[in-house]
Design a protein around this ligand. Structure first.
Ligand SMILES: *[C@@H]1O[C@H](CO)[C@@H](O)[C@H](O)[C@H]1NC(C)=O
Ligand SMILES: *[C@@H]1O[C@H](CO)[C@@H](O)[C@H](O)[C@H]1NC(C)=O
Ligand SMILES: *[C@@H]1O[C@H](CO)[C@@H](O)[C@H](O)[C@H]1NC(C)=O
Ligand SMILES: *[C@@H]1O[C@H](CO)[C@@H](O)[C@H](O)[C@H]1NC(C)=O
Ligand SMILES: *[C@@H]1O[C@H](CO)[C@@H](O)[C@H](O)[C@H]1NC(C)=O
Ligand SMILES: *[C@@H]1O[C@H](CO)[C@@H](O)[C@H](O)[C@H]1NC(C)=O
Ligand SMILES: *[C@@H]1O[C@H](CO)[C@@H](O)[C@H](O)[C@H]1NC(C)=O
Length: 225
């Protein structure tokens, strides 16, 4: 009986140790360059109303900050700051675009009143990009077409802000040409320059895996042209 108890004890100890090590290695210790880039991103913006961003500070491991996901070696692979009332300008010099390990990025529902920065195209490991109602305006840059690992792309805007995203030069055909893994594409509220026939052809020839497509009625209205 005693031997059984003792081995039961060691078995449990083994299990506990195993899971502690596993948990530690999953959350990872933030790499210092990653922390600097994140703080640079925070400092470029007005985060006074953001619960998550407001609590980012040097005293804690950046992998434990709100909205951050790290891989096992402490590199930031996920950033989710949707609906955080963050305002300010994001341009190409923002350190956001040096977080090159990012796989998931959600900045939806904030007010980054800026032109759409072309350097989103540098984040080539992104599989999920959500900039819905993020405040960007102007032409969608060709850089988005470099994100060949994208599975989900949401650039929709449903709020009436008077800001408009345009899909022309590159048009939809060029934009999606190399995004062959896309499954979910949301383009509501975007001004699409090509006519319905052109873009439906572009989508069907380039996106064999497409499962969800969301566009606005005004775009569908041009189907017959
Ligand atoms: C880019 O944005 C920062 C604020 O994040 C600003 O200080 C800088 O002047 C901007 N650069 C350009 C070229 O607009
Ligand atoms: C930051 O945003 C808040 C809320 O919109 C505003 O009251 C404050 O003046 C802004 N701060 C700066 C430095 O722009
Ligand atoms: C954003 O957050 C507010 C509460 O802070 C909530 O009422 C609203 O539904 C959220 N919007 C989205 C799009 O998640
Ligand atoms: C982003 O890509 C452009 C070329 O498309 C390059 O000139 C620039 O240096 C890159 N920026 C970063 C931060 O890697
Ligand atoms: C991009 O993802 C691939 C495969 O997951 C990985 O091997 C590579 O290191 C990643 N690149 C960066 C810059 O994180
Ligand atoms: C993008 O983010 C918004 C806000 O969190 C969310 O409502 C929407 O469903 C997201 N889109 C996708 C395709 O995940
Ligand atoms: C798509 O990929 C091809 C082959 O790599 C390349 O020549 C072309 O410039 C890419 N197109 C865009 C719009 O990125």
């Amino acid at each position: 009986m005693r031997i059984w108890l003792v081995s039961w004890f060691f078995f449990n100890l083994y299990i506990v140790t195993f899971f502690s090590i596993a948990t530690l290695s999953v959350s990872g210790q933030c790499q210092s360059d990653q922390q600097e880039l994140l703080l640079g991103f925070k400092n470029s913006l007005n985060s006074s109303l953001s619960e998550k961003l407001g609590k980012w500070n040097q005293d804690r491991d950046c992998c434990s900050w709100g909205g951050i996901t790290c891989d096992a070696s402490g590199r930031v692979i996920g950033l989710d700051l949707n609906n955080q009332s963050i305002s300010g300008e994001i341009n190409n010099s923002n350190s956001l675009f040096r977080l090159q390990h990012l796989q998931q990025l959600n900045l939806a529902y904030n007010t980054f009143i800026s032109e759409f920065p072309s350097w989103f195209g540098n984040l080539t490991n992104l599989s999920y990009l959500n900039l819905s109602n993020a405040g960007f305006s102007g032409r969608i840059p060709v850089g988005i077409s470099y994100l060949t690992k994208l599975v989900t792309l949401d650039l929709s805007s449903s709020l009436f802000t008077g800001l408009l995203l345009k899909l022309e030069k590159p048009d939809l055909k060029i934009l999606v040409q190399n995004l062959t893994g896309l499954k979910n594409l949301y383009l509501d509220g975007i001004h699409i320059s090509s006519n319905g026939k052109e873009w439906s052809q572009a989508l069907s020839s380039s996106l064999p895996n497409l499962q969800v497509l969301s566009v606005t009625v005004s775009a569908i209205g041009s189907l017959g042209h």
